[in-house]
Ligand binder design. Structure first.
Ligand code: GLN
Length: 474
């Protein structure tokens, strides 16, 4: 094996003894040693990689391997792996040890994957640049002066720099897809309820989903296939979908909401790249149809009301008594205040905004109004996905309105940072699946920066994303 191509190919190489699990893992550990000093994709590289690799090898030798056995995987630092640190990149959870396995970790352990380490992220997944981590700023492997996107920036950077073949992230408003787009990898946000959230440190519970960051669509499919399914520990999950036959390009229609995409604020090179890619799909045989999603222009504002509300309630448990590093004070109030001051600025901002929109006097003005927008956005999608005459099988968007921005450029301006999510948030608001696929580059200061092409599909139709994604990749 010269370079990792796909999980399935590597699986075959492992079975045919062209490479051992130990050699495979060593390759990544060496690269991490070599390159991660500069990129800071990892918060921790596990010291038991060799032991786990031997276990996986034994499983292969005994003829019990599955497709994921021995595959090295990096994990975002908000997903619990029993007895290992999990900090959500927050000073408050700096030395917190996971008391149990998340459902996704448990599933991966059963397959005997090898966990490489914990990847950096924005604190509690609040951000779009991985600059809000309490511990490090991750750099974009394509240009070290730029951000990798966020909040799963460490996972995206690790995959893009070849420090891990696969990584897990979480996506509440775009945190898997946007960094995938900035770094040049495939990022999947599954249908809400398809992958268990048990053991994921919650941000916005009605929006959060765990998803894979991979080098290609085929690997995304393999990981999704393992992770999805009903889990008694997360009541929002549903039985694994059984997908029918691939309809193929000639029988698939892709809707494009041009009224939302051709707008000020969308970088002109990104727009041109998007248009070229839509044309390419058309040449492949896909029918392209202009669609209207009239309420989607309000979803970014609605998201930033709803997510703050959910954040303010989810963050309440980090008080040093139930969870988090306790800072001693002269009485309970002081203790509580000192502990909570360990939160970074962005987390504090969101707790305050969330409490405000939920407060008695403003509940109707903000929270209820945002919820109404959510309902309308869902019915916008329902219409285009089910219309008797004009239905589409998928909707296309750029993943991000801009390519990777410079470190520091947006860090002090929350609204500018929030704008980066304009095209990703609608899928979380509606609960539908979405994928970002590498779609070429735009040039900045003589450097090629990756750009992602995003597809959204009806609820539980990840198969449509994989099918279009595969032909897009070609
Ligand atoms: N950038 C978005 C936010 O800050 C999304 C974060 C996420 O998906 N976790 O809320």
């Amino acid at each position: 094996m010269k370079e990792f191509q796909t999980i399935k190919k590597t699986h075959k190489d492992l079975l045919d003894r062209r490479i051992s699990v130990l050699e495979l893992c060593d390759l990544y550990i060496e690269r991490i040693k070599d390159k991660d000093g500069e990129i800071s994709a990892f918060l921790e590289v596990f010291d038991d990689v060799k032991d786990r690799a031997s276990e996986a090898q034994k499983c292969i030798d005994e003829g019990k391997a599955t497709v994921l056995t021995g595959i090295p995987i990096a994990v975002k630092d908000n997903i619990l792996i029993k007895d290992r640190k999990v900090s959500a990149a927050s000073a408050l959870l700096k030395d917190f040890i996971a008391p149990y396995d998340s459902t996704v970790a448990e599933k991966l352990k059963k397959e005997k994957v090898v966990f490489l380490g914990r990847t950096n992220m924005d604190e509690f997944a609040m951000g779009a640049s991985t600059e809000k981590s309490a511990f490090a700023v991750t750099r974009n492997p394509n240009d070290h002066t730029r951000v990798p996107g966020g909040s799963s920036g460490g996972s995206a950077a690790a995959v893009s720099a070849g420090l891990a073949p696969v990584a897990l992230g979480s996506d509440t408003g775009g945190s898997v897809r946007q960094p995938a787009s900035f770094c040049g990898c495939v990022g999947l946000k599954p249908t809400y309820g398809s992958v268990s959230r048990f053991g994921l440190i919650a941000m916005g519970s009605s929006l959060d989903q765990i998803g894979p960051l991979t080098k290609n669509v085929s690997d995304s499919e393999v990981v999704f296939d393992l992770l999805s399914g009903k889990d008694p520990l997360d009541s929002t999950t549903y039985e694994k979908s059984v997908f029918g036959e691939d309809k193929g390009a000639g029988h698939t229609t892709i809707g494009v909401p041009w009224h939302l995409i051709e707008q000020d604020g969308v970088d002109k090179d990104v727009l041109e790249n998007f248009k070229n890619n839509v044309s390419k799909l058309e040449k492949e045989g896909y029918k392209i149809r202009e669609i209207e999603l009239p309420h989607l222009k309000y979803t970014l504002s609605a998201y930033y009301v709803l997510v703050q509300a959910e954040i303010s309630s989810n963050m309440a448990r980090f008080d040093g008594i139930r969870y988090g590093t306790k800072v001693e004070g002269k009485d309970l109030l002081e203790e509580y205040m000192k502990t909570r001051s360990l939160f970074g600025k962005e987390v504090k901002r969101r707790i305050m905004a969330g409490n405000y929109v939920l407060s008695a006097g403003y509940y109707d003005t903000y929270y209820n109004k945002a919820y109404t927008v959510r309902r309308f956005a869902i019915s916008d999608f329902e219409k285009v996905f089910t219309d008797a005459k004009k239905k589409v099988d998928a909707v296309a968007f750029p993943t991000s309105p801009v390519p990777a921005f410079k470190i520091g450029e947006r860090n002090e301006d929350p609204v500018q940072m929030y704008m980066a999510d304009v095209f990703t948030v609608p899928a979380n608001i509606a609960g539908i699946p979405a994928i970002s696929i590498p779609a070429g580059n735009v040039e900045r200061e003589g450097r090629k920066l990756p750009v992602g092409f995003q597809l959204m599909a009806p609820w539980k139709r990840e198969d449509t994303l994989f099918s279009i994604g595969r032909s897009f990749e070609k």
